[in-house]
Design a protein. Structure first.
Length: 360
């Protein structure tokens, strides 16, 4: 199929979403074109090349709509070897297969050579093997296009003055992949990044760093949902250790719990208090499933360990400060049989089999 034959009719059809006023004026039954079932017409269209399909699209309103069927343009994209389309998945930037066909077809019309001023749509290959297909302006990538580097890295999306700007998908040679918003080669705005080890971050970015609200999911199942600043967890957020079920909810600073927060063990027990750089500091409270509350004071120099639910020396975990059975506990204490021992022994029993929780 010759490009010259394609361009004349393709241009007419590409530039319109319908046949315009002339086509609208045609009767649905003019020339008897609509005596065939829609399914039969679509099947006949599958045997047409783009030139014939574009002519049929100008016959009547019904055929105009049928000629825009995605399956027809998918077939044209895949079957036309000139376009070098080898995928059956529509790129995220393309609204339709027809748009993809137009983009690829028009970019093939211009093959720029070294020293030639690049304007409009076209393809250029650098001496280092990198190749770009798409829009150009003032000798730079401007508009929409795809660039492939020799190491396998690619960028498919919007460009401005030779830099990623707008929405696009960038795949690094290492296997990392980012899809989202860009500004001058940097991730800015909302986007989703997947790393080779299968870690995933989806949320807000600023100057190529995680900043704002976002969710990071580790390959081992751990999840953090909250605020970020300069690639670190900072502000309000929730971190869940899976599959053990530990959870921290509260303030963060530089990837550590810092400020007021709650740590839950997933079995009904939880601790609330002040945290400094990932460590419990000052006074805090333990809460049990049956409603008892235990006070505990901490030295911030003591490293946090999820297995450690308090100072178990002498089988005592702080003081009972609130309880539905406060009077019973006081009576037990006066008799020398501390009800809290039951709680502390239960903790000690589970402590040996619990897993560590790291902030990393």
């Amino acid at each position: 199929m010759r490009n010259r034959e394609l361009s004349k009719d393709s241009k007419i059809y590409f530039e319109t979403q319908s046949c315009g006023q002339d086509v609208s004026a045609l009767s649905q039954d003019s020339n008897g074109v609509n005596i065939f079932p829609v399914e039969l017409v679509l099947h006949i269209f599958t045997f047409m090349d783009v030139r014939t399909l574009c002519k049929c699209a100008r016959t009547c309103r019904l055929w105009t709509e049928l000629a825009q069927d995605p399956t027809l343009w998918l077939r044209l994209c895949v079957s036309n070897t000139q376009l070098e389309i080898v995928t059956t998945s529509l790129p995220t930037w393309a609204k339709s297969w027809k748009q993809l066909f137009r983009f690829c077809f028009e970019s093939k019309n211009n093959i720029f050579t070294p020293g030639q001023l690049k304007d409009g749509r076209g393809t250029f290959t650098w001496t280092n093997g990198a190749k770009y297909e798409g829009d150009w302006k003032n000798d730079k990538e401007n508009g929409r296009g795809k660039k492939i580097w020799m190491d396998g890295a690619t960028f498919d999306g919007e460009w401005e003055d030779g830099k990623f700007s707008g929405n696009g998908i960038h795949t690094w040679a290492s296997g990392s992949r980012y899809q989202g918003s860009w500004t001058k080669h940097k991730r800015n705005g909302y986007g989703r990044n997947v790393w080779p080890q299968k870690d995933i971050y989806e949320g807000e970015w600023f100057e190529d760093q995680k900043s704002g609200l976002g969710t990071y999911t580790w390959a081992d199942g751990r999840i953090y949902n909250g605020y970020w600043k300069n690639d670190k967890r900072c502000g309000q957020g929730t971190f869940v250790w899976s599959p053990v079920g530990y959870k921290y909810e509260g303030d963060w600073l530089n990837d550590r719990g810092h400020g007021f927060g709650r740590f839950s063990w997933g079995d009904g027990y939880y601790y609330e208090g002040i945290w400094l750089n990932g460590r419990r500091s000052g006074k805090g409270k333990y809460y049990s499933p049956n409603g008892r509350v235990f006070a505990q004071e901490w030295n911030e120099e003591r490293e946090f360990n999820a297995n450690d639910r308090g100072d178990l020396n002498n089988e005592v975990v702080g003081d009972i400060v609130e309880s539905p059975k406060r009077k019973i506990a006081e009576t037990a204490q006066s008799n020398g049989t501390m009800e809290i021992d039951v709680y502390s022994r239960d903790i000690k029993k589970r402590r040996s089999s619990a897993s560590d929780a790291s902030w990393e």
